[in-house]
Write a protein that binds this ligand. Sequence first.
Ligand code: MG
Length: 244
Amino acid sequence: MIKMLVCDFDGTINGGSSHGVNQLTDYLSTQDHVHFVIATGRTFPSISDGLTTENYPAPRCIISDIGTKMYHGHERLNDEAWQHHVQAKWSKSAIHHALRDVPFLGECHPPHQGDFKLTFEGKLDNHQYTAIAERLLAHAIEVDLTYSHDWFLDITPKGINKATAIHHLMEKHQLAAHEICVAGDSANDTAMLTIPGINAILVANHYPEVAHLSDHQHVYTSAASHAEGVLEGLKYWQDVSIKK
Ligand SMILES: [Mg+2]
């Protein structure tokens, strides 16, 4: 049985029709056993604003900043254990120092920066991306780099992403991967869409950077876009889990 639906926000449940969002929200209101969770690259203030713009389902947990922050319940209580785990792997000042004179690095706009996430904006080619990775390595800085939408370069603590945040939730709620559905559309969703045993949904409007995931057996690529695609995928995986 599917007990948790984890959705990316931008381009996944956000960006399509209000009708699609309403359909998803209405359906989830009949599925009380399915915990709804948001997993986004946005910061917490930004996702909190975003969730007020449509009739989105109320999340029981928000994973923000690409997995580096986590908030539980309607009170949005910060997950202190997760924060300590992430914090131990992070030094923002060391990253800024290492990259201080890289000429092609884009701008760091304040609204996109998290406590444990740096986001640079601008187009990068493969050489430039590699040069940034090598520069960080030369300074013995262990981080993950994610380049998505051909514009955003996210730098996050090594091994911390939407997938590891979901693993933390799985332990907390004693859930197995086959009891979880995840939905996404771009590169920062790759880690969670490829968790072994998980039921993944790639919405029809996904970016080319993740199109290769359609070949995976556990990835359902929806015919519909955005929230409608999530609903289509959720029903597909619920059917599959009933037949097992
Ligand atoms: Mg997205």
